[in-house]
Design a protein. Structure first.
Length: 636
């Protein structure tokens, strides 16, 4: 009866239902702000913000260039990134709507809805030779609805930046649909499929995985011949070659793996020796890779708790003797044996397993470090394989008459996944909510602890209540201390600790942290500038509160080396020199301050007083008269 129902249910109705479910699940993201990497591709990307005028540069530079705006620095990630298609979309949206988060989030939700609908279409086409029509339709619906509700996709949909993942997947499966519907080696469908796949690669290079998926689909699920293989793979291979030519023309020959970075936030396979990070050996690296694959298997079955951050050390260092590594390795071996055993007799679940592990290959750190241990967004494509395998299992159980337990389990999974998805979405509201929430889950991640500290500092500085502000600043230091405990060479954490202590008016402590940041990077511009402000304000404190003019002048002189044109630094030095009986030096700094604020009555008055102290009555009268003209109350 179940299959009879799907026999009369039209594809259009099923697709409509999937689209509606997709939209409803993510409707609570439409009011979100931009978050996480949205700054890199939208809010702080000068090329995207040019709108249509920025598209030529987006097509001819690394994807990070518009954010860093410096040649070379944009390739901080090994091998660089060339993903212009999503940036072009963002540029169009920015041209039409500006930085309006609602529009960008709406586009992501609609893209995901399209992904869900076409997932059903693709699976139905692929399994149609193995199963009868109504059986194939049932399996396809179960696979698609599982794909739709799976909480592992919340990062991709709720984070605008991940439109690259959505576009790449959507265009890739569209190309697959055209290829497997066509019976011609060369024809309109095949040419269009090649164009769509090229665009998918330009959205995100992970689309290359679909070459292997198309090969496995043709081998396992279709009547395959050598000619059939060539026909089905030709559009994908040709498009991939064109993409590589374009990519090499833009980014050069570096495709990653030749010179992995020595920064822990961009390379998890480092260990601390002698106060510096060095590469792990292969024997040290592989347990971490295996552990990561095991965590992916856990997340696909049990997507809780979720976090946007799996940076070092979450998960932590792994060793061959760890039970997690042993279990993960055992599961990998069992999966490989099952694929070998059931290659011919159970082609659909085997195909699903191959999609899952094949989809993870490029992001598994096996070929080269990708910058993180793992990430939930990397499961977007692999989850399709799990959904197909589970859809097949459900269809088999129903076919064998076990309808009630099958629908009970499916209903439980769908309800639980839907609830987790809807509850997870609000975490992506903005950076403050995201970082502070996930800091609890990823308690061993230096990156998220650092990000939480920075977000709390930014939030604290918006508070007018001094007590609340200081409480938040002290909370921020706890996160930042934890970041440094995990990653002792984390220069940004030292910078933020300096900032928090500066705002708490702990100037000496702040200077110490800025010094530590500069020990790690002597040219760290933010640390140099912020230390100078700490010098300035500590000098003010010593002079005005403690009356220690001599020590105050030392710190103010340190400050003015960087803050040469800062009004307040020069004013304070002028006052200090004046109070210490050195009016000639006071004049030097008062004049620099006057250059910044020429109509400031008090700086004109102080400068006049300094000239009077050296006996220059002409300049004294001139500046004092101007001061009184600006503020008649001065000198009374």
């Amino acid at each position: 009866m179940v299959f009879a129902f799907f026999a009369v249910l039209t594809n259009r109705n099923i697709q409509l239902a999937l689209g509606v479910i997709s939209f409803l699940l993510y409707a609570n993201t439409l009011g979100h702000d931009f978050a996480l990497d949205d700054a890199i591709v939208i809010t702080e990307n000068v090329l995207t913000q040019k709108g249509i005028a920025g598209i030529p540069d987006l097509l001819t530079h690394d994807s990070f260039y518009g954010f860093f705006q410096v040649e070379g620095k944009d390739q901080l990630v090994e091998g660089g990134r060339y993903r212009p298609l999503s940036l072009v979309l963002f540029a169009f949206l920015y041209q039409l709507f500006g930085a309006t988060p609602f529009v960008f989030h709406l586009v992501n939700v609609l893209l995901f809805a399209a992904c869900s609908v076409l997932t059903y279409t693709l699976v139905n086409i692929l399994v149609s030779e193995v199963l009868r029509g109504e059986h194939a339709r049932f399996l396809s619906f179960v696979a698609a609805v599982l794909f739709t509700v799976h909480p592992i996709h919340t990062e991709v949909v709720a984070n605008v930046k991940s439109a690259d993942e959505l576009i790449s997947y959507l265009l890739s499966i569209s190309a697959m649909i055209l290829v497997f519907k066509s019976n011609k080696v060369v024809g309109t469908n095949m040419i269009l499929a090649g164009i769509l796949f090229l665009m998918a690669l330009l959205a995100k290079e992970i689309a290359a995985t679909f070459i292997g998926i198309a090969f496995c689909a043709n081998l396992l699920l279709k009547s395959s011949t050598v000619q059939s293989h060539i026909k089905k793979l030709l559009p994908f291979v040709v498009s991939f070659c064109v993409y590589m030519i374009v990519r090499l023309a833009v980014l050069g020959l570096d495709v990653g793996g030749n010179n992995p970075p020595r920064e822990l936030m961009n390379n998890p396979f480092l260990k601390l020796e002698g106060g510096q990070y060095v590469d792990m050996t292969a024997l040290e690296k592989w347990p971490m890779i295996i552990q990561g694959l095991g965590m992916y298997m856990k997340l696909i079955f049990l997507p809780y708790p979720l976090t946007h951050d799996y940076y070092p050390r979450h998960p932590g260092l792994a060793y061959w003797s760890d039970w997690q590594v042993v279990i993960s390795l055992a599961l990998l071996i069992v999966s490989a044996l099952m694929v070998g055993k059931y290659w011919k007799s159970r082609p659909i679940p085997v195909f699903g397993v191959l999609i899952f592990f094949g989809g993870l290959f490029l992001t598994s750190n096996i070929l080269f470090p990708i910058g993180t241990n793992l990430s939930e967004r990397f499961l977007f494509l692999p989850s399709l394989g799990w959904c197909i395998a589970l859809g097949w299992l459900a269809a088999e159980m129903v076919k064998r008459g076990r309808k009630l337990p099958t629908f009970a389990v499916l209903g439980l999974i769908l309800c639980a996944f839907s609830v987790i998805t809807i509850m997870r979405n609000p975490t992506w509201k903005n950076n403050f909510v995201l970082f502070t929430t996930d800091a609890a889950t990823s308690s061993n991640s230096a990156k998220v602890q650092n990000a939480a500290g920075g977000a709390i500092i930014a939030h604290a500085m918006t508070l007018s209540d001094t007590v609340a502000r200081n409480q938040n600043l002290r909370l921020a230091t706890q996160h930042l201390d934890r970041a440094i405990e995990i990653h002792p060479l984390y220069k940004n954490a030292y910078l933020l600790l300096g900032n928090a202590n500066y705002y708490l008016q702990r100037y000496q402590t702040a200077i110490g942290y800025f010094d530590q940041a500069l020990q790690l990077d002597a040219n760290y511009e933010e640390a140099l500038n912020n230390r100078a402000y700490a010098y300035r304000d500590y000098g003010r404190f010593l002079g005005e509160t403690r009356g220690d003019i001599a020590t105050a002048m030392t710190f103010l002189q340190n400050a003015v080396e960087i803050l040469q044109d800062d009004y307040e630094t020069n004013r304070l030095l002028g006052v200090a020199y004046g109070n210490s009986g050195q009016p000639a030096n006071a004049i030097k700094y008062f004049e620099k301050a006057l250059g910044q604020e020429p109509n400031n009555a008090w700086i004109n008055f102080n400068l006049g007083q300094a000239y009077r102290a050296i006996g220059d009555s002409v300049n004294a009268n001139r500046y004092i008269s101007k001061a009184k003209a600006l503020n008649p109350e001065i000198g009374r």
